[in-house]
Design a protein. Sequence first.
Length: 212
Amino acid sequence: MNIIMLGPPGAGKGTQAEVLSKKMDLTTLSTGNILRAAIAEQRPVGLNAKSYMDKGELVPDDVIIGIVKDYLETHDLGKGCILDGVPRTIAQAEMLDKMGVQIDAVLSLEISDEAIEERMGGRRTCMKCGATYHVKANPPKVEGICDKCGEKLTIRQDDKPETVRQRLAVYHAQTEPIIGYYTAQGKLKAVDGTASVEETSEKLVKALEMMQ
């Protein structure tokens, strides 16, 4: 079963993909990992992508999707996989179909922009040890100080309000239309992403069971 995980930045796609992969014995595949593997294995599709990267250019959509297709065809993924980070646009979704990549289900985590801004704006990171916190959901014992190493916590550039709003704008313009694309194919299931990690995971599993 090949699954696509959709949702705005900060919706928890990576976390839920990890949980689902363990519960359903699926392999989680991120675009970055697939790309790095293709380059490391000296595969033609990977070397093609590297030629763009070496020139500081964006890797074209058809090359990215070609790498995904190649990976799915040449690696044993057991019961299936969860694609995280692809497709990002309607064009990529259409290419997956044209290249014959079988997508069985698309899960969309639904959460408002306001909730995303609050969620991401509350994140605090320790630049020394990498520990992460949230001012409401997972606060440190001492405000602004890392529990593990005692360093001062900071707000990452990606979590600053102006950056979050820009990332959301890009998501709405480029990625959100994919929801309609897969809804028309009868493959999409929207799930409320505002609940706890555990509750959201249960909803996602139930959604997949209903679609099988």
